[in-house]
Design a protein around this ligand. Structure first.
Ligand SMILES: [Zn+2]
Length: 309
């Protein structure tokens, strides 16, 4: 019998505000999954948004996670300290022709898109810079003032490619590259990796075997699977959790100040009580795990597939 690789999960909060109940639920479940599988839980601080990330939020976050019993075994790692890893991964993508520089502004893209899909995902990139002659891309990447500054770089998605995978929580998922999402930014002109590239490099280098996160990131998984493929890496498993909503059905966000862990703590409420009152418990996790999202049961029985051909 094949021996199962050791489970490695992660919590990856962004220090741009106080943690609210929705974050807490995702991280608590991530912690339970790691515990159930006798695995290791890694804490990674996603602080690449230099304008919005604050050290005081970062410190509060660590305190609040401990208070809520989301206990990690390794880290915290900080994305802001991992730029050399992202740069070397990016150089590989440039070298293999997976990315190209893009000089379009948001306004250019809106104007050039002939059939704008104005959904959550915004407008599909119309490919304006795809065929722009640029000379030797590797030279351009290296010469860009202090490593990758001054231009955005986009990942060239294989047009029309179906991407299928089996989500542990939501069941079978499927997208078509080029119509569900277009060529996406992997490197930003500020000289920093975009979210998609940074998390793929991190999850790979940190040996993550299962990613537990909110379902707002579900479609990002389609993009990330293409990145795994471009690098020749095996992707982890994914478990996307439904987002927590308030009584009006609005997704919890920073505006829900009354629902931050900080606020509960200040009012002297015990973490255990917060979990009980908001259904953050093992039966809740088991229900999410068994439900397999809104997929019909027959689809849930399909074997997991990673990115397809
Ligand atoms: Zn462009």
């Amino acid at each position: 019998m094949k021996r199962e690789a050791a489970y490695r999960g992660r919590m990856a909060p962004t220090p741009s505000g106080f943690l609210h109940l929705g974050h807490a639920r995702t991280f608590w479940y991530a912690a339970q999954r790691a515990r159930q599988r006798r695995g290791t839980l890694v804490l990674r601080v996603e602080d690449l948004d230099l304008d919005r990330s604050r050290p005081e939020y970062r410190n509060a976050m660590l305190e609040d996670l401990r208070w809520f019993e989301c206990l990690w075994d390794e880290g915290p790692y900080h994305q802001s300290e991992r730029l050399p890893a992202y740069r070397s991964a990016m150089a590989r993508l440039v070298d293999r022709g997976w990315v190209y520089p893009c000089r379009c502004s948001r306004k250019d893209i809106r104007q050039a898109a002939q059939a704008p899909h104005e959904g959550d995902e915004g407008v599909l990139y119309p490919g304006t810079c795809l065929r722009r002659p640029i000379g030797d891309p590797l030279e351009l990447w290296r010469s860009a003032a202090s490593e990758g500054r001054g231009t955005n770089w986009r990942f060239r998605v294989p047009e029309g490619r179906r991407i299928d995978f089996f989500d542990v929580g939501r069941g079978r998922q499927s997208w078509v590259a080029g119509s569900d999402f277009g060529d996406f930014v992997v490197w930003r002109q500020e000289g920093l990796p975009a979210y998609q590239l940074a998390v793929v490099v991190d999850d790979r280098e940190m040996g993550i075997t299962e990613v537990v996160r909110g379902e707002d990131l579900l479609i990002s998984t389609g993009r990330q699977l293409l990145l795994y493929e471009a690098f020749g890496w095996t992707p982890p498993e994914f478990f996307h959790l439904p987002l927590m909503r308030d009584e009006q059905g609005v997704r919890l966000s920073k505006r829900h100040q009354s629902l931050t862990l900080r606020r509960f703590r200040r009012r002297g409420v015990a973490a255990e009580q917060v979990r009980r009152e908001h259904g953050i418990d093992l039966p809740g996790l088991a229900k999410l795990f068994a439900a397999g999202g809104d997929q019909p049961a027959s689809q849930n029985r399909q074997r997991r597939r990673t990115s397809s051909t």
